[in-house]
Ligand binder design. Sequence first.
Ligand code: PDD
Length: 288
Amino acid sequence: MPQLAYVDGRIVPLRDARVSVEDRGLQFADSLYEVVAVLNGRLLDWDGHLARLRRGLAELAIDFPMTDAALGIAARHLVAANGQRQALLYLQLGRGAAKRDHVFPKATRASLVMTVRRFDFAARAPQQRSGIKVITQPDLRWGRVDIKTTGLLPNVLAKQAARAAGAFEAWLVTDDGTVREGGSTNAWIVKDGIVITHPMSPHILPGIARATLIRLARDAQIRVEERPFSLAEALAADEALLTSTTAPLLPVVAIDGTPVGTGTPGPMAARLAGLVADEIARQTGWRG
Ligand code: PDD
C-alpha cells in the first residue's frame, strides 16, 4: 500500500506531497504541529491534541476555517487510507504561503498537511524495563514554548547532542538550574512518594501525556506536585521519568552519567507505567 499524505484537502502519495517554497511555515516557522499516537488504528487523546491546536491557532491569530469535526474526519480518513495500525499522525497547520514579509499576509489561506508513519510502540517495552539515560543542555528556546510551533531548532540541537552522547533525551535546564522539560518530552522526578513535574507555563509544552499522567496518578491517590524542580533535586531524587506521545512513560536511570536513585527503574515508574498502559488500552484496545 503506498504511503499517503494529506495536503490542503487532497490525499496524495507521500512522495508527491509538496508545499510552496513560500510557505510561511518553511520561511518563518509560522506554523503549528501535533503528533498523535495511532494504536489499533485509533487516535489516542485526539480531543486533547485538538484543544492544544485550537489554543495555538488563537495565540498566533491563524484563521483556520475547518471545523473540529471536519479535521477529525480528515485525520481518521488519512489514518485509515494508510492502513497502519500502529503509527504517528503528524499534522502541520500554518498561516499559508505568501510573498515573504514578516507581517501577516492579508489574504492567505491557512494550510494543513498531514502524514502517517508507522511507529513501533512495542519497542518502548524493553526501554521501560531497562530505563533510559538523559543528558542536560541549556534551554536556548524562545519564551513561548507552550505554543507548539515548528520552530524546533534548539530542540533539534539538544536532541542531537543527546544522541551523540548515547542518551535518549536532553533535559533543558535554565541558567539558574531549573529543569524545564526534554527536547521532545516532559520531565518528572519522584521524591518520597511524591511525583513532581514543572508547572504549566510559557516555558514548557503542555504535554498531552503529561496531563494524562497527572490525572491518572491523582485518581490513584498518588500525590502530584506541579512545581519547578532543580537539576540538583533531580540528581538527589528517588526516581525520574519522562512522558510524551512517542514515549508514554519511560524511567530515567541516569542524568549526565550520574545514576538516579538505584540507577534502575523504580517502583513508582512501574506503577505509573501500568496506569498509562491501562488508559491506552481503554481508549484504543492496544496493549504492547
Ligand atoms: N513532542 N515537550 C516538548 C518540547 C515536546 O516537543 C513534546 C512532544 C512534549 C510532550 O508532549 P505530548 O505529551 O503532547 O506528546 C513535551 C512531539 C512528540 C514531537 O515533537 O515529536
